[in-house]
Design a protein around this ligand. Structure first.
Ligand code: FE2
Length: 485
């Protein structure tokens, strides 16, 4: 029994080691693919692994228990037959009734197909009767084998290994009138045990396969069932992120996931409400900002009756150029506001200079030129207006570098400033001034063409002249501001 338990322990340990290696490989696989695997795959995989390993472990334990049970039953039957023969054989041995002994051996052998041999030996281990008659008279050799079991009455069971396979040899002492007369020797074949192992193994393999297939199917269903609300929740978060959420998510259950979904719906409603308010505030703020820009532009132009509407007309012309060169909508909007701000620095220019009817002196002209720096300084007070500083500061730069205030040349002049420069000059030339009348359109365009490459960027001049020729924009009212309304 102890030996059987030892074998059982050794086998179980080896199976457990194999199971552990399998788990280690599974964990390694999961770790490597963890990031890319879906949640559904992970759940299904773990359930399948759990079911497979549990079934595997149960199969091993079942086979081992069954083996031990069958083995025990075989040996018990052998012992029972042996003791039965020993009980009857005592008298026959004393009376030397060989026929009776032979009859006992024959009956036992013929009614137990798994008995390889049955023999009766005397005290000297000489064979008295044997199921194989050629063995009669032979001295039974002392066999070496592993002692499997030993009973109190002297019955021993040994496991012997011979070329034809493993057998159990049961030796039952024959005692008559308290005198030992010999032994009954029975050889039990393990073939029944092996056959039973094979049948049980096949059956367990089939059941194991069915469990694995069912487990995969069930785990896939379970994963789908568990994942569905999580997937919808994930999609809801995505919609919330991009502000496209319309309807609250469906609540599938009243468990933790259901509570999470309900809380998410409440949170979404709050966020949507806040987002609506923020959008309204942003729109109001933008409207206020645009109104402020319009007021400032109007205030600048209003100081001089001759330049009334100048900023708005410069904006209109600049936008035509901006659209022609393919500026995106956001840039066109910035260009328009930049135009409205381009002369904001004239607020600081004294009336005596700004409104002077005669020609400016050198000093007055120098002061007048300061308006671009005043403008840049004013816009620097508000961070949100700083992006209009380049076009305000540099709209009097010349393409050849001879403009002011920094003497920038060519492409170093910001694009918006280069555009405003042309529109500003054209509007100034086609407007009445205290010291001269407005030029005709053709004359103004001719002057701009002449200054291409010196004062103005040539490619922009080309576009501007083409626009003026095609669209006759100068004949249309230019006071309408496109974006800032
Ligand atoms: Fe200016």
């Amino acid at each position: 029994m102890i030996a059987a338990l030892r074998v059982f322990a050794v086998k179980t340990t080896s199976y457990l080691q194999a199971l552990l290696k399998f788990f280690q490989a599974a964990v390694l696989l999961m770790t490597q693919r963890y990031r890319s695997a879906t949640l559904r795959f992970k759940i299904a995989f773990f359930v399948v692994i759990l079911m497979t390993s549990t079934s595997f472990a149960l199969s091993i334990v079942t086979v081992q228990i069954m083996n031990n049970y069958i083995l025990n039953e075989i040996i018990k039957r052998g012992e029972s037959v042996g003791k039965s023969i020993a009980a009857s054989a005592g008298y026959n041995l004393l009376s030397k009734d060989l026929l009776g002994l032979d009859n006992l051996v024959f009956k036992a052998k013929s009614s137990n197909s798994d008995m390889l041999y049955v023999a009766i030996v005397d005290q000297d281990m000489k064979t008295v009767v044997h199921s194989a008659t050629e063995m009669i008279g032979e001295t039974k050799p002392v066999v070496q084998g592993q002692l499997f079991r030993e009973s109190a009455d002297g019955t021993t069971v040994k496991e012997l290994t011979n070329p034809s396979g493993s057998i159990f040899e049961i030796l039952c002492p024959i005692v008559f009138m308290k005198k030992s007369l010999g032994s009954v020797v029975i050889g039990m074949n393990k073939s029944i045990l092996l056959e039973a192992q094979r049948k049980v193994g096949s059956m367990i393999l089939i059941v194991f396969g069915i469990i694995v297939v069912l487990g995969m199917f069930a785990s896939s269903l379970l994963a789908s069932f568990l994942i569905k609300p999580i997937k919808e929740l994930s999609a809801g978060v995505e919609e919330l992120k991009y502000g496209t959420a319309k309807n609250p998510l469906r609540i599938y259950s009243q468990d933790e996931l259901g509570k999470l979904t309900r809380n998410f719906n409440e949170m979404s409603a709050v966020i949507a409400d806040q987002r609506g308010k923020l959008t309204k505030y942003a729109r109001d703020l933008e409207d206020a900002y645009v109104s402020m820009v319009k007021v400032v532009a109007a205030a600048i132009d209003a100081r001089d009756s001759y330049t009334h509407g100048h900023s708005a007309r410069v904006a209109e012309l600049s936008l035509l150029i901006g659209e022609k060169i393919g500026l995106p909508e956001a840039d066109l909007r910035d260009l328009e506001v930049g135009c409205l701000f381009h002369d904001v620095g004239k607020i600081k220019t004294p009336d005596a200079i700004l409104l002077k009817k005669g020609k400016l002196t050198e000093a007055e002209y120098t002061e007048m030129k300061q308006h671009v720096e005043y403008g840049a300084s004013i816009l620097s007070w508000a961070p949100s207006l700083s992006k209009y500083i380049p076009s305000t500061r540099h709209h009097h730069e010349w393409h050849n570098g001879k403009g002011y205030p920094d003497g920038l040349a060519g492409d170093n002049i910001p694009l918006f400033a280069a555009i405003i420069s042309i529109a500003d000059a054209f509007d100034a030339m086609t407007s009445n001034r205290p010291y001269r009348k407005a030029l005709f359109k053709e004359e103004a365009l001719s002057r701009i063409a002449r200054m291409s490459g010196t004062q103005f960027r040539p490619e922009l001049v080309e576009i501007f002249l083409e626009l003026m020729e095609k669209n006759h924009v100068q004949d249309a009212p230019l006071s309408v501001v496109r974006f800032a309304r």
